[in-house]
Design a protein around this ligand. Structure first.
Ligand SMILES: NC(=O)c1ccc[n+]([C@@H]2O[C@H](COP(=O)([O-])OP(=O)(O)OC[C@H]3O[C@@H](n4cnc5c(N)ncnc54)[C@H](OP(=O)(O)O)[C@@H]3O)[C@@H](O)[C@H]2O)c1
Length: 466
């Protein structure tokens, strides 16, 4: 299937249309598809057995009805919310693998509570710390999960035959390889890690098409779009509208942005999230990433994805259909709702989230974003339009620039300058493999680091933080 430069014109159908068992079960071994008929079983029982095998295979579990989960980024904001959903639905979900970075204390607690078969951290040092933590917690070694560290172990944890659903919630490009490999195997992916599609959209969506894997968006806006699209056919969609809170600086004059501190930027008005996405929300880079993510997930061109500022963060997305009807998705700002939706789709079950109070008066405001004040949103549209390596470089440059801002080496407006400069310097090409994506990522990081060094030296020292 050909992929257009603006996005993937087929993916929404892959995600949203009902599939045949073969399509849902791309990984079903041939020997099971053609298993010898149990002639001695009465017909009704044979059918029940077949349905049971089908359900178990679909969930990737031994027991029908239970889904085995691999949670990539279990110690982060999305990871912890996912575990909270699991905690409330232990009859449906079993944690097969927990994958974290360096927060060994949180991971130890999660292991004690969820007893996964596999636990993976980022480094060997963190693995040693995890061993010490498990020993200190008094867990007998016979009850420890299999431990691992580094990229290969992340891939193994996501790709285990027993795993049916992978929650992709590592931050940044570090989550790309494991998500890509699990997609290639046809696993169902709950996609929170938007950088996966920003850096490797063509590769990952092509892999999903080939394997039949479903990518169910967890990002609240895309999850909202996914829900709205259930109201019509893909070919009836005119455009998709993603809302943005506008971040903590939406009403601050552009001239005042040079002196904002990391603390101020980390103070998001409506969501509690990890540091990178919080800073990206303040610069509107996050919304730019979401435009790119929407193009890949739903087969749209950048021109078909609009962004509006909606300070209340209650309406997450809207879809306009050909007949002029606009379907909106609204819910409280609690990520457990989209996480649970991804886990239970296409079913809906009771979620432990606050409800909107329709009895209380409320006002919803919508206005266009200021792309002169927040140039990263404009740069994201341009990068997706340009295609090829541009969005991979965009993500890598932003990752470096945000880190530098958080460490006090770069001003807030400097983030956009570093990204713009990196985009103009990194050579454009089409990545055809994960290795090529990682090569572009490395080149963009080096270019961005050099830009941070130059800009950081030029910038007027900022007022010390309170
Ligand atoms: N938070 C939200 O509400 C939200 C909403 C929509 C989309 N998202 C997206 O979801 C992703 C996660 O966001 P978040 O807010 O949950 O971030 P976060 O709180 O910063 O958590 C990031 C997770 O990634 C892990 N990690 C980082 N580097 C790693 C590595 N090299 N190897 C393995 N694990 C690594 C961290 O592990 P340690 O902490 O153990 O180091 C942590 O578990 C991001 O892509 C974000 O854009 C988040």
């Amino acid at each position: 299937m050909e992929i257009s430069r603006g996005g993937n014109s087929h993916q929404s159908e892959t995600n949203l249309l009902k599939k045949t068992p073969e399509a849902i079960l791309p990984g079903t071994p041939n020997k099971l598809r053609s298993a010898p008929k149990c002639m001695w079983l009465p017909l009704a029982r044979r059918i029940r057995v077949k349905l049971g095998i089908y359900a178990a295979l679909r969930a990737g579990t031994a027991a029908a009805g239970m889904k085995n989960l691999s949670i990539l980024g279990s110690t982060g904001s999305i990871g912890c919310s996912t575990l909270d959903v699991v905690r409330r639905h232990r009859d449906r979900y079993r944690v097969w693998a927990l994958v974290a970075g360096r927060n060994v204390t949180a991971l130890t607690e999660q292991i004690l509570e969820f007893r996964p078969r596999v636990a993976v951290v980022a480094t060997e040092e963190a693995q040693d710390q995890l061993r010490t933590g498990l020993r200190g917690a008094g867990l007998p070694p016979a009850e420890w999960p299999e431990l691992g560290f580094g990229p290969k172990a992340r891939v193994a944890a996501a790709c285990a035959a027993e795993v049916g659903f992978v929650m992709s919630a590592i931050v940044g490009v570090a989550g790309l390889e494991a998500t890509y490999e699990a997609t290639r195997l046809g696993k169902t992916i709950g996609l929170a890690n938007k950088e996966v599609l920003v850096a490797g959209g063509a590769l990952v969506t092509e892999a999903a098409r080939a394997s039949g894997a479903e990518l169910i968006p967890v990002d609240s806006e895309h999850n909202g779009v996914h829900q709205c699209l259930r109201a019509g056919q893909r070919q009836e969609v005119v455009r998709v509208i993603l809302t943005a809170s506008g971040g903590p600086f939406r009403d601050r004059p552009a001239e005042a942005l040079a002196s904002v501190t990391p603390q101020e930027a980390l103070n998001h008005p409506t969501w509690k999230m990890g540091k990178r996405i919080t800073i990206d929300s303040a610069t509107l880079m996050n919304k730019g990433f979401e435009v790119i993510e929407a193009c890949w997930l739903f087969g749209l061109t950048p021109a078909e994805v609009e962004v509006v500022i909606h300070p209340q963060s209650t309406v997450h997305a809207l879809v306009e259909f050909k007949d002029g009807s606009v379907i909106a998705q609204a819910s409280a700002t609690d990520m457990r709702m989209p996480i649970q939706y991804a886990l239970t789709y296409p079913e809906r079950v009771l979620a432990p989230v606050p409800r909107l109070d329709w009895g209380a008066g409320r006002c919803w405001e919508f206005r266009p974003p200021d792309t002169a004040k927040f140039p990263l949103l404009r740069l994201a549209y341009a990068a997706q339009q340009a295609g090829g390596s541009a969005t991979c470089a965009l993500n890598a440059a932003d990752e470096i620039a945000v880190e530098a801002f958080l460490e006090g080496r770069l001003s807030f407006p400097g983030i956009a300058q570093v990204v713009e400069e990196t985009l103009s310097r990194v050579s454009r090409r089409q990545a055809r493999s994960l290795d090529e994506i990682m090569e572009i990522d490395r080149e963009a990081r080096q270019t961005a680091e050099a830009a941070v060094g130059r800009l950081g030296r030029q910038e007027v020292p900022r007022a010390p933080e309170a």
